[in-house]
Structure formats: structure tokens, C-alpha cells
Design a protein around this ligand. Sequence first.
Ligand code: LLP
Length: 388
Amino acid sequence: MDFLIRTKMKKEELIKHKTPFYCYDLELLSQTLDEAQAHAKKHDYHIHYAMKANTNDRILKLIQSKGFSSDCVSGNEVKKALEIGFKPNQIAFAGVGKSDEEIMIGLENEIFTFNCESVEEIEVINELAEQKGKIARIALRLNPNVDAKTHKYITTGLEENKFGINSWELDNLIEKIGSWKHIKLTGLHFHIGSQITSMTPFKNLCIRVNELNTWFSERGIRIEHLNLGGGLGIDYQNPTENPIPDFELFFGVFKQFLEPRPHQEVHFELGRSLVGNCGSLISKVLFIKKGIKTNFAILDAGMTELIRPALYQASHSIENLTSESRESEFYDVVGPICESSDCFGKKIELKETKRGDYIKIHSTGAYGEVMTSGYNLREQNPVVYINE
Ligand code: LLP
């Protein structure tokens, strides 16, 4: 029962909280952040935390206090980042569809950069900046056409995806850039996808970035920073044995293959790899129901609390925290929502499970709590923090 041992949270403590609830291990988060920062600093790399992964205040505060910058994808995330204490010059604002109001928030606060995804977006930012009497710093999000070899819903760097500016648009863009008087092009931005566990896509990204970086310098355009995005995956299958991703290996690939010019800063936008394993979803078994092949363990948490399995066929490690049985059995672990996709895993081996047992769904710190919904008018319960 690693949860009980690691947290020293006794069963009496566990049952005080109304289920389902998100539980964050702040010590593991702190260790993960320190490790990421240490390996990035070795190469003078800057990490923006991709806030979309988890916007819980306590988590954001810890990340901010450790010197990370932030990567936002909405006006509200920019506001939240400022509230938490991130400095405007630490904020990158990305997104394929920024509204005028959201652009205004970025302009008023003179953020570090807008990561721009189309020519039309740059034109609009230029116009709005002119109205405000500001110069907007922008980075071009370029579509590198590199396959991240991950789930298709979280692949972003292929020409068929909606993201980024494709290479065939660059000549046209560069011709216009001189006429946009309220824009300062400072960076190139890339992001190929998420939950990437092989280093090959990152190596391929570096090779493509080197080509594009050269393309700009050959045209006399000075680029001050390269932003390589996020995407480093976590070990969903063995989170207890392997709670912290291999940041040394990850940054090492960029050190080896990326060729920044001497004046260029290198930035990253990591989300999942920083927060993914520090969170878990704790739920209670409502009923055990006999199925044809396996039994169903019906939990009080569903796709409304954690949508990743339903949306991306994601598989999270699942554990019975309180069963004292020595026997184990196979269960389809499902939620209470009226959708067949409301299933956390099929044929999951658990200690013999009965009504009232506590179940831990591991590695839900990223894209868990932030993606909850009120479908079926579901309630949201308070979050629990451990190892503070
Ligand atoms: N930068 C950009 C431009 C992004 O679009 C993303 C994630 C990140 C950085 C952070 O990526 P990470 O380091 O977390 O892989 N909801 C999905 C993941 C969506 C990722 C969206 N973009 C999931 O639960 O798997």
C-alpha cells in the first residue's frame, strides 16, 4: 500500500475525505521540479511551465517559487500567471485561436512573447498593438512536420494538424514582416505533441529546427530565442518505480543535436513531465457487478473527473489501497456516468475488491483536475495535499 506508506496517511485519515478527490504529493512535485531545473540549468535552458496541464493554485505557487517561467494558452491563464507571481517577461502566450480580448491582456501586460500560429493572427496583433501604442514581441510557431509518434489527438507537429505556420508560408510572411511596425519578431517556437517517450522525435525536431534557424539567419533575421515546446512523457505503467522522468536524457538530446547561435536562448514548455506523477485520483468502490467475462468494479469517480482514458484510450495504473485480501482478481474498472466510454481500464488486476474499498488512479497530476467537467451535474470535491 504505497499510498499509505509514502504519505503516512492512515486509513482513518483517508476516509475523512469525501471521494472522489484529487490528491497531490507536494514533496514529489518539489523533487521533480528541482531535478528538471538542475538538468536544464546545466545547459542554460529556460523552462516555462505549461499551465494547461494543471492550474491548481498550490501547484502553480510552488512552480513559480522555483524560478520557472510560464506558458499560457488563454487570457485567463495569463491573468492567473500574473496573480500567482510570474513576471510579465516570463509569460509566453500560445494558442491557435486567441481572441482580441485575450491579445489585449497580453499587450497591456507586455508579456515576453505571443507564440503566433498564422499570418492573420500576426496582422491582428499588429493592429491591436498599434491601437495600444505598444510593440508586441512575437515568436513564430512553425510546423516542423515531425512525427511525435504519440496518440493522434495529441500530435501537433504534422502538416495535417491545425497548429503552426507551414514552411511554404514563410516567404510570404517574411516579405510582410517589415510592414508590421508594432511587431518585433524575437523567437521561433515548436511543439510536436505530448506524452512522447522515445527521444527520436526530439532528435528529428532538433534537425528540423537547425534548418529553419539557418533559413532565418541567411535572410538576415535575428532570432533571439528558440522555444522547443514540451511533450516529454511520463511512465504511466510504473509510476511508483519511476516517478520522475529522465530530464537528463531529454535535455541531453537537445544539447547534442540542437545548434543555437551563440546569442540565442533556448526555452522549453513542459507540462506533463513536471506535474503528471505528483497527482492521483482517489475514489471509492460503489458496487461490484458480475459481468460475462470479468467483474465490474464501479467507482464513484468517472470520466467527469478523469477524461483521459475515454478520450485518448490512456491507461493509468490502478491500485486498491485498502483491500486486505491476499487474492487478486481481474476487473473492468468503470465510472458511474451513462457512457460506455466511462471506463478506466479493462481486465485490471486488483486485490480482491469489494464495496467501500479505496482505489487510487495514479499519474493524474497532468490533464486530470483541469479537464474535469460538470456533466451529469457532478460535484467537485476539495483537493487533498500530502507531504507538504
Ligand atoms: N506547448 C504547447 C504549445 C502545447 O500545446 C502543450 C500541450 C505543451 C507545451 C505541454 O505539453 P506537455 O509537456 O504537457 O506534453 N490533454 C492531453 C494533452 C494535451 C496536450 C496539449 N498541449 C492529455 O491528457 O494527454
